[in-house]
Design a protein around this ligand. Structure first.
Ligand SMILES: C[S@@+](CC[C@H](N)C(=O)[O-])C[C@H]1O[C@@H](n2cnc3c(N)ncnc32)[C@H](O)[C@@H]1O
Length: 500
């Protein structure tokens, strides 16, 4: 008698498991739109942040389902593509970076916007923008294949949902009048793309040399290899050179824009600004325009907070202008040129009550610096802190990619630190959908690379924050995670003084 053939037990294929995630998540999104009686925003139509269908995308259930679909779809592609295709599409991604930067610099979104849904032919885009028709065809087709712009007829392009986000909200005729003014008063998205396509993109190309340098006499910060920065000159100091005025203003516009386009409620879903006492002194260290605390002041007018904005000479002028334009009547704000690598002037040891800080705010500061300098910044603040002073760090927390914790155990013991993993078989961090730094910004891992490339800085895990704080005399008290992003408000209190 022939031996019975062994029965193979097929476990569910990864494709089926991913499909199930997609399928249940699509059901959840469809049900939310059906019950609100709203259409899904169309990929072919321009982005309208005020459309009700757009607001529903931020609903926590819809956002979570969308995240699962994005992670699962990308993982499905990785399962199915020839493996080397996945590798080459990553290697060639630099062309996409160049193309999107060109599209923004040439104001292509506005040129197409002004013409309406019928689109604009390549020769007309070329004549308006002054760029080569041949190059434009390549740029627009590469981007359209990524669903950014649409080719509606051969050689005729129009905006879609993605490309329209580049629109600066000014007619092309106005933009064309002055290169200097084109980003002023815009949402900051185009400024971010153009900063990315300039400082970040060019520095990134030098990162390979940094990685391969076995005799690092040369500068280890890739930006310094790409541009002629002085030996101890940081990106921010370089921006204050007169010849970099436009770069400095573009950067400020990008930062402000991302802060505003950030989940506008996010700022108020973490640290409890409203629980601070009347007249509390909030010091924004490395404030940039100071837009963060301006929003806090506007939200809690009865608290009459006293605000100190501190930044480098050259930046603080922009800060003053920003407050003068947007909150001219507020008289409880001051501006101070201060290098945060030097002792903090507002200190609890001050005899004058009015100089005793309640909160030091660091928004998107620590990630700009390697650990040694981040420690110095925090130690100066610790030296100025009193027992009641709180340190509020507004920054992302980097999740590890696997299911294990980062090994430091902080996720379990620090209130608010835990981050639930994505459902299996997705990567624990959500994979392609791993949340962004801002609501509408790049992933925390890309930001981690960017910080390193430009400044030698890093995004940090919760465990790394805890260690850094402890080294500087602060105690990590709790983490407030902002929904839908990796942004956190990380709150620390004075701990045992650091040993220098
Ligand atoms: C990424 S921006 C963040 C700005 C602002 N906190 C925000 O969230 O929009 C970093 C800021 O740090 C400032 N900065 C850099 N080095 C500094 C230093 N040594 N002392 C004070 N400010 C500095 C820069 O000028 C810039 O405004």
């Amino acid at each position: 008698m022939a031996a019975a053939r062994p029965k193979h037990r097929y476990s569910e294929s990864p494709l089926r498991a991913l499909l199930n995630i997609i399928s249940t998540s699509v059901d959840a999104i469809d049900a939310a739109y059906a019950s609100a009686n709203l259409p899904h925003p169309s990929l072919d139509a321009p982005y309208d942040p005020h459309a009700p269908g757009e607001a529903l995308r931020s609903d926590p259930g819809v956002a979570a389902a969308a995240k699962n679909i994005i992670g699962a779809a990308a993982q499905m592609i990785a399962e199915l593509e020839h493996p080397f295709q996945g590798v080459t599409s990553t290697a060639y991604a630099f062309h996409q970076a160049a193309a999107i930067s060109i599209a923004s610099h040439l104001d292509l979104s506005e040129i197409l916007h002004d013409a309406g849904p019928g689109g604009v032919a390549l020769d007309e885009i070329a004549s308006k923008s002054g760029a080569s028709e041949v190059l434009l065809a390549k740029v627009l087709r590469l981007l359209a294949t990524q669903h950014i712009f649409r080719e509606v007829k051969p050689g005729v392009f129009t905006n879609n949902r993605l490309s329209s986000t580049l629109n600066k909200g000014k007619p092309y005729s106005v933009l064309a009048r002055s290169r200097e003014e084109r980003l002023v008063g815009t949402s900051g998205r185009a400024a971010l793309i153009e900063f990315t396509g300039d400082e970040c993109f060019k520095a990134s190309a030098a990162l390979v040399d940094v990685a391969l340098d076995r005799d690092p006499k040369d500068e280890q910060i890739a930006l310094k290899r790409a541009f002629a920065l002085g030996p101890s000159e940081s990106l921010f100091q370089w921006h204050t050179r007169p010849e970099n005025k436009a770069r400095k203003e573009r950067f400020a516009c990008a930062m402000q824009g991302t802060a505003e386009s950030d989940n506008s409620e996010g700022l108020f879903q973490g640290f409890e600004w409203g629980s601070l006492p009347y007249g509390a002194l909030l010091v924004d260290v490395g404030s940039g325009t100071g837009g963060t605390l301006m929003r806090v002041v506007k939200r809690f007018p009865g608290h009459e907070f006293r605000i100190v904005n501190q930044d480098l000479e050259g930046v603080i002028e922009t800060t003053k202008r920003y407050w003068k334009t947007n909150m001219p009547a507020y008289d409880r704000v001051s501006f101070q040129t201060h290098d945060f690598l030097t002792p903090q002037p507002y200190a609890c040891a001050a005899s004058n009550y009015y100089c005793k800080p309640h909160v030091f705010v660091l928004r998107h500061i620590l990630h700009n610096w390697p650990t040694a300098q981040a420690r110095v910044i925090l130690r100066h603040l610790r030296a100025a802190a009193g027992p009641e002073t709180q340190l509020v760090v507004l920054e992302s927390a980097l999740p590890v990619v696997c299911r294990e914790s980062d090994g430091t155990g902080h996720d379990d013991v620090v209130p608010g630190a835990a981050r639930p993993p994505a459902p299996r078989p997705l990567l624990a961090n959500g994979g392609r959908a791993s949340a962004s730094v801002y609501r509408m910004d790049t992933s925390v891992y890309r930001m981690d690379m960017t910080m390193y490339t430009l400044l030698g800085g890093s995004e940090r895990t919760i465990g790394e924050y805890a260690a850094l704080f402890a080294e500087a005399g602060w105690r990590l008290e709790r983490v407030c995670r902002l929904p839908g992003t990796e942004q956190c408000h990380i709150v620390a209190r004075p701990g045992a003084k650091s040993i220098d």
